[in-house]
Design a protein around this ligand. Sequence first.
Ligand SMILES: [Zn+2]
Length: 146
Amino acid sequence: MSSAADPAPRAPLADALQVTEEQWRERLTPEEFAVLRQAGTERPNVGEYTDTTTAGEYHCRACDALLFTSAEKFPSHCGWPSFFDPADSDAVVLREDVSLGMRRVEVLCANCHSHLGHVFEGEGYPTPTDQRYCINSISLRLTPKD
Ligand SMILES: [Zn+2]
């Protein structure tokens, strides 16, 4: 079932790594820019996808690349959408983040290197990977399955 209100899937932005910060600022809202391009974090429990169970695909809000699917989303009750695995291992890239006096692993979109969130391991969630990709809703756009 689809309606005119459903966001249509769009092809991922080509050459996304060539987009300048000034161009990202024009493409994104100030709130999206602050998270995606400046590694901000949205407040817990306010994101539009925190508790979403709709079947579908989660694409990068910046470049439309496929990042996660509803099949890997799980209720972590941490305040942000959580996934136990990306849609494809090549969809995201990880890098160490030592900001805020913590050692964390940052999750970036592989296609455009926008900030998505962080990944945590070994927390004991009953998922196949024991990983929690803790992702900002504002970094994602859900395309519901028909
Ligand atoms: Zn992207």
